[in-house]
Design a protein around this ligand. Structure first.
Ligand code: ZN
Length: 242
């Protein structure tokens, strides 16, 4: 079974289409949340994700905020203005889909969450100490998360006090440790200074993680954002990948 692992699409349909094209054949799709927020294509992205084969999807903080489950004032001013725009755009169909997404899922050997297994919607796994603590909050061997928009791999080894942090090389399938927390990076708004869309293929049988990057037409997305009067800083950051 080849599973396409997506996260943080952020209403960027051009990036999502490039990822789907680059992914090749896959049997199932696991989506780690934040389908909307920041980008110009919220309904189109929800629609495209819904049609992916054998989809499992958890809710992200931006999805929850777009449904008004989270107060817009907890976001910075630009994120807030993008959020209010997204709220106005979302169709009833998109809202229904997003509002039915669970916060956390367990499937076979993997736990899926947007932020972390401990606080699925909001916690950022940005350092090894936080990651190490989070290994106590899931029962499966593996946990897949998004939220930071940074592709990383944390692994736990018996003799170590701290989890090990690895930044994988793109386009190389790596064998997975017995216990690991993995982040495929962001499809629609990468933040590791590489503007290419990020995703991963998890090969369940081989137990490998194949993390990949793919170019997409960033300027086409920036034009749609400008036409929608979305914040300038969000338009600029796409090209720089932060
Ligand atoms: Zn996000």
């Amino acid at each position: 079974m080849r599973i396409l692992v997506l996260s943080d699409i952020h209403a960027n349909l051009t990036a999502l289409e490039a990822v789907l094209q680059a992914a090749g054949n896959f049997d199932a799709t696991w989506c780690l949340g934040d389908l909307v927020g920041y980008g110009p294509d919220p309904n189109e992205c929800v629609q495209a994700v819904r049609q992916l084969p054998n989809l499992l999807c958890v809710v992200g903080n931006h999805d929850a905020a777009a449904l008004m489950q989270i107060d817009a004032d907890t976001f910075n001013p630009e994120a807030r203005s993008a959020l209010l725009w997204t709220r106005r755009q979302l169709s009833q169909e998109s809202r229904d889909f997003l509002s039915n997404l669970p916060e956390k899922l367990e499937v076979d050997r993997v736990t899926l969450a947007h932020g972390s297994p401990r606080h699925p919607v909001w916690e950022y796994l940005l350092d090894t100490r936080t990651a190490t603590t989070n290994f106590d909050f899931f029962d499966t061997p593996l946990c897949f998360v998004g939220h930071t928009h940074l592709p990383v791999l944390y692994s736990q080894h018996n003799s170590d006090h701290l989890a090990r942090l690895n930044i994988p090389e793109p386009n190389q399938a790596v064998p997975l440790a017995e216990r690991a927390i993995l982040n495929p990076g962001s499809v629609g708004q990468p933040r590791d200074r590489d503007p290419r869309a990020s995703f991963a293929i998890y090969n369940q049988k081989e137990n490998t993680w194949d993390y990949r990057r793919v170019e997409y037409e960033i300027d086409a997305v920036q034009k749609r954002m400008a036409n929608a009067h979305l914040p300038d800083r969000h338009i600029q950051r796409l090209a720089a990948g932060w």
